[in-house]
Design a protein around this ligand. Structure first.
Ligand code: TXE
Length: 493
């Protein structure tokens, strides 16, 4: 089996470790590819290449914005041209339904287009300043941060790569990218595209390997100016601690336990379907998943009955067959999800449906879990407090708006939240009170390249996407100009 390698300084090369790692199709447990398994030394080489590209050559950061934009547009075109292949790759690698992978590919291409457009728009400002030293004028300009390390998880392999690489490159940085070791394949294809469109050597480097062996160096190195990470809160804390050494800039998009608040006046059928999208989309492996449904007591029984009816009717199977729900990404994640389910049962939550591994027919060897609903959950249960990252939802009830808000915020996380009601003023009031970075009214989970994405509290800091996403990868420089050069007489009084 051919081994996929790192891409460092414009060259494909194997890890110095000589080791390889198997990439598994979670739908059947079979090995679908081999990738090189990097160690800290590979990351050091990639960092050195990025540093030389940024600080010595400077070809990319000095390239005029519109020319950088042209290259990003060519990357978007190339992603679109390989859309079918990339969607299949992410489906086989991650387990998600093919049509969801196709959406990811379209969004990834659109993300490169968005930042290609944004980088050519006005940035910075011009300031009227006081004239204590004589007439002065000030302006600000946006510059790339320098060497940026980008680390992504396995739930949206290509899309998370695009969320970070597109703005980082648009801004003129040099990057080292480490995708999750669980789903590295579409990243390799993306770097083939970078090579094909002619990004200057060293501008974008790819390191394939595990977090502790290859990723930790990216967080700790004093030659890295910035690290951005999407993944678990615990790993985010490790990265933030390692980054302290040179006070590199840090961006973290971490876990969540997001509330989906449904009032009695909501359109019930709509709320049920969006709640399903909220927690079963991508097998529930979504950082923003609406994994806590807070429902007004008077409609709880009707809502739960309908949700369960529709959950039971979902088709489950290999992503390539385009079912409603595919496989959990790995054996380890399957164990984690099943462990959460067992604990919820032990702690007294009422299992309404699912709650088991799905092994029927062609799912026998894969890592499938049935969509799972727990009713009568209470605030002290792990299922209410901890991120599961699987198709499992906890139901709790409330009787007043104030109680709903208090329950929604009763979590260390703050990534997302949703509100369903036909009372517009109440929707706005509740959303305003939810301490989370991404919120939805009468829908759940739609995400747009144009709007900023990120968390409050232990869901991290910094923003992906939108104008904020570009700003993350930029420094702001102040330029002060003396309009009347010459002595000012300060020391002659
Ligand atoms: O995540 P990790 P894992 C949550 C979800 C899931 C749990 C564990 O609850 O069940 O995390 O998943 C790299 N230095 N999320 O173990 O460890 C790693 O190689 C540098 C939420 O896969 O956070 C991978 O590239 N890098 C989430 C990335 O971090 C390190 C998405 C994510 O892995 C590292 C995924 C280290 N010391 C999981 N250790 C979300 N917010 O979307 C690991 N990595």
């Amino acid at each position: 089996m051919e081994v996929r390698n790192n891409y460092i300084n414009g060259q494909w090369q194997a890890s110095v470790s000589g080791a390889t790692r198997e990439v598994i199709n979670p739908s059947n447990g079979e090995v679908i590819a081999l990738v090189t398994d990097s160690v800290a030394e590979d990351s050091k080489q990639a960092i050195a290449a990025a540093k030389a590209a940024f600080y010595q050559s400077g070809a990319w950061r000095r390239m005029a914005g519109p020319k950088r934009a042209d290259l990003l547009l060519r990357i978007a075109d190339a992603i679109a041209a390989r859309a079918d292949e990339l969607a299949v790759m992410d489906t086989l690698d991650n387990g998600k339904p093919l049509r969801e992978a196709r959406c990811d590919v379209d969004d990834a291409a659109a993300c490169f287009r968005y930042y290609a457009g944004l980088i050519t728009k006005p940035q910075g400002g011009v300031y009227e300043v006081s004239d204590g030293f004589g007439p002065m004028h000030a302006y600000s300009m946006h510059e790339p941060v320098g060497v940026c390390a980008l680390i992504t998880p396995w739930n949206y392999p290509l899309l998370m790569a695009a969320w970070k690489l597109a703005p980082a490159l648009a801004a003129g940085n040099a990057v080292v990218f480490k995708p999750s070791e669980v789903t590295p394949l579409s990243a390799v294809a993306l770097f083939e595209i970078f090579h094909q469109v002619g990004l200057p050597a060293g501008t974008a480097n790819l390191v394939l390997g595990s977090g502790p062996a290859a990723g930790q160096e990216l967080a700790a190195s004093h030659d890295v100016d910035m690290i951005t990470f999407t993944g678990s809160t615990r790993t985010g804390q490790t990265i933030a601690a390692a980054a302290v050494g040179n006070l590199k800039k840090v961006g973290l998009e971490l876990g969540g336990k997001s509330p989906n608040v449904i009032f009695a006046d909501a359109d019930l059928e709509g709320a049920v379907e969006w709640a399903m999208i909220g927690v079963f989309f991508n097998q529930g492996e979504v950082c923003s998943a609406g994994s806590r449904i807070l429902i007004e007591e008077s409609i709880k029984d009707r809502f739960v009955a309908r949700l369960a009816e529709r959950a039971r009717a979902m088709s489950i199977g290999p992503g390539m067959k385009d079912p409603d729900m595919g496989a959990i990404v790995s054996a380890a994640q399957l164990e984690k999800v099943l462990g959460h389910i067992e604990r919820a049962k032990q702690q007294g939550a009422t299992l309404v449906c699912g709650g088991v591994r799905h092994t029927a027919g062609e799912c026998a060897k894969g890592y499938f879990v049935q969509p799972t609903i727990f009713d009568n959950c209470t605030r002290d249960m792990d299922i209410v407090r901890e991120e599961v990252f699987g198709p499992v939802v906890a139901i709790q009830t409330f009787t007043s708006e104030a109680e709903a808000i208090a329950m929604a915020n009763d979590t260390p996380y703050g990534l997302a939240g949703g509100v369903f009601t036909t009372d517009g003023a109440r929707a706005l009031r509740v959303v305003k009170e939810i301490r989370a970075g991404v919120t939805w009214i009468n829908c759940y989970n739609p995400t747009f390249n144009e709007a900023p994405w990120g968390g409050y509290k232990m869901s991290g800091y910094g923003r992906d996407l939108g104008v904020n996403g570009l700003l993350e990868y930029q420094q702001v420089k102040q330029v002060n100009i003396n309009l009347q050069p010459g002595p000012v007489g300060w020391y002659q009084r």
